[in-house]
Design a protein around this ligand. Structure first.
Ligand code: UDP
Ligand code: MG
Length: 332
């Protein structure tokens, strides 16, 4: 009996040597020194009973508070891989860096701040075992957020999903489990302007939502202020829509028709009733309105053009400064 168990274990280990662990957990972190140790321990504890073998991949996205130093001692106790990016590249790129190094048959992506309940992982793994390719967390409510942020978020999803064939679920989080096939599909996408929430949906596969309650941030502060969110929203818009580029054809057409009709009316009036001077206010309003519309539409063009420019330059999305696997250390 014991012998059998040992052979089984040995076989499992040998499989891991070749194909990697069963599950990888990718955690992007920027200045999370205050809670990173607690997070890694909680994750490790939660996951240990769920799968045969696992690895935790911590991506340090240019932290300046010694986040990595905090976890240095953990590498001996946990199956931990740390990736230090050469500077802050943003959460989307940090997640990609982690996904690229993950070797598991499935990968869970999760924030470093423990706002998301780790026990939801059990549900995710259960869904995966039942044949789902992706199990993503959706927040049960947004009561913790201000009205403004909620309103803007809603407006953003309306705009970005307008006419889309793979709408992005509104309250979905990055916190999710993905099968190897989904991860490979994501990694194969060549684009650099990455809006992960859109890409998850774009690659398809069978997905299931897992409702979660978010805890307030225990330590540190949120890295996503309004400015940051706005930038992310622009990336999402430009990456997943093209209607803002095309809508101006319609606007221009409608304006031209209005101008033609109004012009004919003015012409007719002059012929019938003679010429009168007033009309400067119409001119002024027309000038400002058209000027505004033109500048705005050029701005929209510029946004898309800027993204095309970054894609064409072909720079990598992130640069790895240092990569450590705890197994390597053990092997010396
Ligand atoms: N994060 C990152 N790079 C960044 C910004 C954030 O890796 O440039 C990480 C951060 O450490 C955390 C996750 O992304 O693990 C989510 O960030 P945060 O909790 O600040 O966002 P919120 O939960 O407020 O949306
Ligand atoms: Mg958070």
């Amino acid at each position: 009996m014991r012998q059998e168990r040992l052979t089984e274990l040995a076989a499992a280990l040998a499989v891991d040597e070749i194909s990697g662990p069963e599950l990888s957990i990718v955690i992007p972190a920027l200045n999370e020194a205050a809670c990173i140790v607690e997070t890694l321990c909680a994750v490790d504890q939660q996951i240990a009973g769920l799968v045969r073998s696992h690895e935790i991949i911590l991506v340090d996205d240019g932290s300046t508070d010694g986040t990595l130093l905090r976890v240095a001692t953990l590498a001996h106790r946990l199956p931990l891989t740390t990736i230090r990016l050469s500077r802050n590249f943003g959460k989307e790129q940090a997640m990609m860096a982690g996904l690229a190094q993950a070797r598991g048959n499935a990968v869970i992506v999760m924030d470093a701040d423990l706002q998301e309940p780790v026990d939801a992982m059990a549900t995710m793994v259960a869904h995966w075992r039942a044949g789902w390719d992706m199990a993503y967390a959706v927040r049960a409510h947004r009561q913790d957020e201000g009205r403004l942020k909620r309103g803007l978020t809603r407006a953003f999803y309306r705009l970005v999903n307008a006419g889309s064939d793979a709408p992005i679920p509104e309250d979905a989080r990055d916190f999710r489990l993905m099968d190897r096939r989904v991860v490979d599909a994501l990694l194969a996408l060549p684009e650099r302007n990455r809006f992960m929430k859109g890409l998850y949906g774009w690659v398809g596969f069978r997905s299931i939502a897992v409702p979660v309650e978010l805890a307030p941030r225990a330590e540190g502060v949120s890295k996503f202020g309004l400015a940051n969110l706005f930038r992310l929203a622009l990336t999402g818009m430009t990456a997943f829509t093209s209607w803002p580029l095309r809508v101006w054809t319609g606007v221009g057409l409608v304006m031209s028709i209005i101008a033609l009709v109004y012009g004919s009316y003015l012409g007719l009036r002059t012929v019938l009733f003679g010429h009168d001077v007033p009309g400067w206010s119409t001119l002024a309003v027309g000038m400002f309105l058209l000027g505004g519309v033109q500048l705005f539409s050029i701005g929209v063009l510029g946004e898309y053009l800027a993204r095309i420019f970054t894609e064409v330059k072909g720079r990598p999305g992130y640069i790895i400064a240092e990569l450590r696997r705890s197994q390597d250390e053990k092997r010396g």
